[in-house]
Design a binder for this molecule. Structure first.
Ligand code: FMN
Ligand code: SF4
Length: 497
């Protein structure tokens, strides 16, 4: 195989999955089309369209989060595009989003950041990413520069760059619009990354539930290839790089990095223990740089303006800007770019304009359902990785879901654990069996049929999830449950007799 040839098993759709692999996925044959969404933003807004929510709940297989949270409860991808606004000194991430975006090279322009990067040794590109203080936007907040350095430090040979475009966190539709409206920013970033770490191939793992993102990216890659930005001798240099889109099959846990890489390899995508980390042994056992879409989309700006200019934005250890997607319960749902350091109150009251219909805030979930909820008395906490972690919450993916008085907290627990159990990869017992039992306990509590002993069993299961989960799915469910049990005892305890 030439250096630029793709693995035969993944050289584009349609892909035939082995039976034991196919059985892992919820939507192996694209069954999401026209389905109603069962994600957390739709749960929060289910009172706005109870019939649609009932339809979503009756579906098998389920469909979680179609990235339509601004119009939740939602069905299919049919709504008008959300409003987009930048509340930062720089529109780094959302600058080209909205009003049709920049889908073609003619709209995007030349790959100026890549051309600049190619004028310098890879070491200088690495140094700029390190100096920027950019941290992963996929949930863990890991320093991007450290990850890039780790891949670059591996011996020369086959290496990969992978973009995690599996955005499954309910409430998040940031990566969706970045791919649909600004595909060349992601492609350019991945080529820059390939140059910096010494990789010659890349994959973009796009979730099935984002059909437009899939087709826009494939067209943009073809355009970039035709323009000579992908292929051999990029920019006239001895540097080759090419890219492929891999479409998922409807599995939330495939957003977890080891699961995602196994999915691309055509294996049953159960989560794998780390170490070894993908930076050492990733895709096809080769060193792999895996970053979230939004993380990567920051890179062209960093290369163009310098790492220090990026680090001048934001606050504390959270540098730069963050895109946020606000759900339909806000008066102003939409996509917003803010600098780190704004308070959650500012996001809710100023940016989101408060809750629709004068709704009373019951809690805010930032970053998906596997993270702690922020209760109203803590909304003066600033948006920052450490600051939100200190209250049991997190930046996560940046999807912001507000709950109002229509949400019953025990029902929310049941909903989140139902999602958790459905999406568990099954490798760890507390997640595979325990999350389903927690769902059952809270379903019984909602029905008025649960005891104090059941609540204690639920607490014990959450403790086991926290201690014995191999990946962030199980530990995240535990974090969510802990935040509920800590912050809403007045709603939980009366449900257990
Ligand atoms: C259950 C689970 C689901 C995840 N889903 C996503 C996802 O959809 N997109 C994403 O970028 N990261 C997701 N992550 C985080 C990835 O494992 C990984 O940390 C991230 O993609 C690394 O990129 P970053 O450093 O740029 O954030 C998920 C993690 C877990 C545990
Ligand atoms: S915590 Fe859950 S999703 Fe993660 S590896 Fe264990 S069983 Fe799989």
């Amino acid at each position: 195989m030439s250096r630029l040839a793709f693995h035969p098993a993944i050289a584009g759709p349609p892909l035939t999955l082995a039976a034991d692999v196919e059985s892992f996925y919820h939507l192996p044959h694209g069954e999401h089309a026209g389905k109603a969404c069962q994600g957390t933003a739709c749960f929060a807004a289910r009172h706005l369209n109870p019939a649609l929510w009932a339809e979503a709940n009756a579906q098998n297989p389920r469909v979680y989060c179609l990235g339509e949270c601004f119009a939740a409860p939602a069905k299919g991808q049919t709504n008008p595009r959300p409003p987009v606004k930048v509340f930062s000194r720089q529109g780094i991430v959302l600058g080209r989003i909205g009003a049709g975006g920049a889908r073609t090279l003619a709209d995007y322009g030349n790959y100026a950041a890549l051309a600049k990067a190619l004028q310098h040794p890879p070491e200088q590109v690495l140094a700029a990413v390190e100096a920027s203080g950019l941290r992963g936007r996929g949930g863990a907040g890991f320093p991007a520069g450290r990850k890039w350095r780790a891949v670059a430090s591996q011996p020369a040979g086959e290496k990969y760059v992978v973009a995690n475009a599996d955005e499954g966190d309910a409430g998040a539709y940031i990566d969706r619009y970045l791919m649909e409206d600004d595909p060349h920013a992601l492609i350019e970033a991945m080529i820059v990354a390939g140059y910096a770490v010494g990789a010659s191939k890349g994959y973009i793992y796009v979730r099935l539930e984002y059909p437009l993102a899939n087709s826009v990216l494939r067209a943009a890659i073809a355009e970039a290839r035709a323009a000579g930005w992908l292929g051999p001798h990029i920019g006239g240099k001895n540097f080759a790089f090419d890219l492929e889109v891999y479409t998922g099959h409807g599995s939330y846990v495939c957003g977890e990095e080891t699961s995602l890489l196994r999915s691309i390899e055509g294996k049953r995508p159960e989560v794998m223990a780390r170490p070894p980390y993908p930076t050492e042994r990733g895709l096809f056992d080769q060193p792999t740089l895996l970053n979230n879409v939004e993380t990567l989309v920051n890179v062209p700006w960093i290369v163009t303006h310098g790492g220090e200019a990026y680090a001048a934005l934001g606050f504390n250890k959270s540098r730069g800007t963050k895109a946020l997607s606000l759900n339909s319960l806000f008066n102003q749902p939409g996509l917003y770019e803010v600098e780190f350091g704004v308070t959650v109150r500012h996001i809710v009251e100023e940016i989101g304009g408060g809750l629709r219909g004068g709704g009373k805030l019951k809690g805010v979930l930032i970053g998906g359902p596997i993270i702690g909820i922020i209760p109203p008395h803590l909304i003066d906490t600033p948006l920052g990785f450490e600051e939100l972690a200190a209250i049991g919450a997190g930046v996560g993916h940046g999807g912001v879901v507000a709950f109002d008085e229509h949400t019953s907290i025990p029902e929310l627990m049941e909903h989140v654990f139902s999602f958790g159990a459905y999406e568990s990869c099954g490798k760890c017992t507390p997640c595979r069996s325990g999350s389903g039992r927690v769902e059952e306990i809270f379903a019984n509590a909602v029905a008025g049929d649960a005891t104090k002993a059941d609540l204690q069993e639920g607490r014990d299961l959450v403790a086991a999830l926290k201690l014995a989960s191999l990946c962030g799915h199980g530990t995240g469910l535990a974090r969510f449950a802990e935040s509920i049990l800590n912050y809403y005892p007045q709603e939980i305890e009366p449900c257990f007799k």
